[in-house]
Design a protein around this ligand. Sequence first.
Ligand code: GRF
Length: 186
Amino acid sequence: MKRVAILISGGGSNMVALVRAMTGDFPARPVLVLSNVPGAGGLARAEALGVPTATVDHRGRTREEFEADLIATLDAATPDIIALAGFMRILTRAFIRRYQGRMLNIHPSLLPKYPGLHTHARALAAGDAQGGCTVHEVTADLDMGPILGQMPVPILPGDTEDTLAARVLVQEHILYPATLRAFAQR
Ligand code: GRF
């Protein structure tokens, strides 16, 4: 049974989907939900689901200080897998090297299209027929690690960034648990 730590920065809807999926014959269980933002909405949702939580505040600290604290807090939970879920901090190469091969992320585009931010706005501006989401392994090359799963989502006439984001998010909540299940069984 693999131990999964989930890193969040905000509402944590992907974290909730992952935690809710990790029951019964699912080959993994959540052991920690960690936020870099004190009071992030996802922390209360994790506690309501009975998952231990922690906060490692990045504000007022160097990247190295923040990550040293992050590593100490993460390793205290002895995770086998780290799942980034709406985690909005860029991680250094040293941090990534420490967990590479067992750290996943969900990104709201069909990578390799649109790494980085504002993915839905960019797909709309390009006139794409579809958007989507991708679960990938985290490597030093931002949003460009090996792809583990993808889900295309149609772009409809009149779509805005918000309507497309909402449609993609529904699929993220299906894709991430399915991809984590397969990854945990490898
Ligand atoms: C989602 O679009 C996800 O793809 C991105 O962060 C957004 C919010 O995720 N990584 P959540 O609701 O905090 O899980």
